[in-house]
Design a protein around this ligand. Structure first.
Ligand code: ZN
Length: 432
């Protein structure tokens, strides 16, 4: 299969991913793109005045973001069209007192964030990103940091010292084996001094705290003999964030009765239970503000919810030719064969017959094929923001996502034709 009109939107996705090594950068990049399309930022602490057809966004913790185009209709009669995705990806995060010296090396202690495929992080050139809270001249501010240089590495043990690694597998202990090496002990500065210099702080004492994480430096790219693929870090789930954002922006100047929202949350990979995560109040708080009016019984909120819908978009498992028996033989999503509807009888996915049918019909109207995924019956099923948001809000949802391989590797792969298809379906969702 050759490359279709997805090329341009895929290249834009690759640029988006490169600009977003951390959730903070994903939100910053999303904000910039929204501002460029005349969206205005609302602050949660301020009083809001939302105009029909107005374009707005709101951030929480600078790592989650909601963007919406206000509906032109009565919210009680029109409801909300919601697309949810997540800004975070599994990675290695620097501990508060990260820097130390061992056996003549300068190393950085890391926590494992989310379900990291640890082996993929070995022998990679690593950059560093995140935010640093700096106190100077009496003021405190968060500064974004993105260092796209080969600063660190988690070297594997030589095979001569680990003779059984290929027969017994690579065992990696998160505490003992994953601390990246950033230098030698006679390097001139310690981690905190070095960090202060990177964020333009005068001394290391100016640094109050930080949330920093490593990322791989290999550039996101098209791949495969015919560019069938995209090879990139963080496809799970920046690809869905990007698809939602592009779809919202494409129709942002078209008036619709329903309010269209994209909800891009942090903390999905660690369970979503936080003020910024999908189990938190961010989306509900925002929707309530948009639905609040003078009706005394507060019926607007409930009526609006009953007319609302949620698409939870997160990446899906394509069948892997070397491990095809990990899939149910009748549910083997293929790369570049369209978005996948995910179903689980134990409600690990939010999909129900009616929401699945609605999504399949959206695909048909957008002239896009769609596929189905269900786990093998003897394997446990992962989950998504879908069940969390549908439980919290009581709004029916469908779990979907584009097929991919290497999920939770530091470098993943997906299909170059699928991305444009997902965007087309989401555009239709927002505008019909
Ligand atoms: Zn995900």
């Amino acid at each position: 299969m050759g490359v279709d009109n997805s090329t341009e939107c895929c290249q834009d996705l690759l640029d988006f991913i490169e600009a977003a090594p951390s959730p903070f950068h994903a939100v910053a990049e999303t904000s910039e793109r929204l501002l460029a399309q005349e969206f205005s930022e609302l602050k949660e602490a301020d009083s809001w005045s939302v105009e029909p057809d107005g374009r707005y966004f709101v951030r929480r913790n600078d790592s989650s973001i909601l963007a919406f185009v206000a509906g032109s209709g009565d919210v009680a009669k029109s409801g909300f069209r919601i697309l949810g995705a997540h800004t975070d990806s599994p990675n290695l995060r620097v501990k508060p007192q990260g820097g130390y010296v061992k056996n003549g090396y300068r190393q950085v202690g890391v926590e494992i964030y989310g379900g990291v495929l640890l082996a993929t992080w070995t022998d990679r050139d690593l950059g560093l990103s995140g935010r640093v809270v700096v106190k100077e001249d009496g003021g405190v501010e968060s500064r974004l940091l993105q260092l796209d240089e080969p600063l660190a590495r988690v070297p594997q043990l030589a095979i001569h010292l680990n003779r059984e690694v290929n027969s017994k597998g690579l065992l990696l202990n998160a505490q003992k084996h994953m601390a990246p090496i950033m230098g030698l002990a006679d390097s001139s500065d310690e981690f905190e001094d070095w960090l202060a210099a990177q964020v333009g702080a005068t001394t290391k004492d100016a640094i109050q705290s930080f949330e920093l994480m490593f990322h791989v430096l290999e550039k996101p790219s098209f791949g495969g003999a015919n560019q069938e693929f995209i090879f990139a870090p963080r496809l799970d789930n920046l690809a869905s964030c990007h698809a939602g954002l592009v779809a919202l922006l494409a129709g942002a100047k078209t008036s619709t009765e329903a309010t269209r929202i994209i909800a891009l949350w942090d903390h999905e990979e660690v369970g979503s239970s936080s003020a910024t995560g999908a189990a938190g109040s961010f989306l509900e708080d925002t929707m309530r503000r948009l639905a609040s009016d003078s009706d005394e019984g507060g019926e607007t909120w409930f009526r609006a919810k009953a007319r609302s819908s949620i698409i939870s978009a997160d990446m899906a498992h394509a069948v892997h030719p070397n491990y095809a028996d990990k899939h149910d033989p009748h549910h083997m999503p293929q790369i570049n064969a369209g978005p996948v509807i995910k179903t689980n009888a134990s409600a690990r996915y939010a999909t129900q017959a009616e929401t699945a049918a609605q999504f399949a019909m959206l695909c048909a109207h957008a002239d896009v094929p769609c596929q189905n995924f269900v786990m093998r019956s003897d394997l446990g099923c992962g989950s998504t923001i879908g069940p969390l948001t549908t439980t919290r809000l009581g709004i029916a949802a469908v779990d979907v996502g584009n097929p991919m391989l290497s999920m939770h590797s530091c470098r993943e792969m997906a299909g170059s034709a699928d991305h444009g298809m997902m965007i087309r379906v989401l555009e239709r969702y927002f505008l019909t």
